[in-house]
Design a protein around this ligand. Sequence first.
Ligand code: GLV
Length: 326
Amino acid sequence: MRVLLTRRMPPDAAELLSGAGFAVELIDAHESPPADELRRRAAGVDAILCTLSERIDAPLLDAAGSRLRIVANLAVGYENIDVDACRARRVWATNTPGVLTDATADLTWALILATARRVVEGDALVRRGAWPGWAPLQLLGRELRGATLGVVGAGRIGAAVGTRAAPFGMNVIYAHPRVSPELEAAGARRVTLSELLAASDFVSLHVPMREENRRLIGRPQLAAMKPGAILINTARGAVIDEAALVEGLRAGRPAAAGLDVYEREPRLSPGLAELPNVVLLPHLGSATTQARSRMAEMAARNIIAALSGRQPPNPIGGASDPPPRA
Ligand code: GLV
């Protein structure tokens, strides 16, 4: 059976798949392949191991053909996959939950600290030789102790971000449809999104990219943030109206932003990169050697299960999905 890997990735996936007796075909590039190349290379394969940059839609599934049994995403988010189109063709779709939670929560904190203490502005000042030496009023930031962290979306990653706040002496509030036992145990309080925006010094976004979360943070929500507040996004770019954020940052509401994700990656909204009060990362949430290797292993294990006629361990939509064709 043939398994297509859509681009270079940690070797764990190919090793496990070849060890299980499958023929691994790699599109040997760092970048995501163009859609027509992906369709061509997918023809006749039994499984596709893809990344969040490849659009897995009906034309791709049809180009792959009737042997295809599983599309395994090397990501926890899966808005790149048309899950209904997979289901209609009785193709499993799987993701990699859990294994990148700590990596993404750590990176969120890197952005919280970088924005609060103006780390990137300071680095730039030193590098361009413009640092005049220590000065009492130079690049003043803000302290975390006593500040309120608002976590929007208290799933695995949101909860991991919130529970890391205690040693910094922060208060945590969160907006989520359900109570988060982990956050409650850490002393956090559940509030509505409007209450959260009004009360938080740091707002950190952790909702999945569902349609109802598209531009969840737009002009009115930015205007509702507390003066001086900082916005952090390590979820998905489209959760924020990026053009409105550029305007907001120019006007100081929010005071600063730390972004790892963008509405139209890898492109940025005009003006964003020119702003001094924003820290911009290139979608590094899960970019640790350990997390990427666990993600590759998890995706491969999903494929091995599906191609062996078993339910994969991480089906999107849960185990109630229709089983794939025999
Ligand atoms: C990364 O953004 C992921 O969804 O895993």
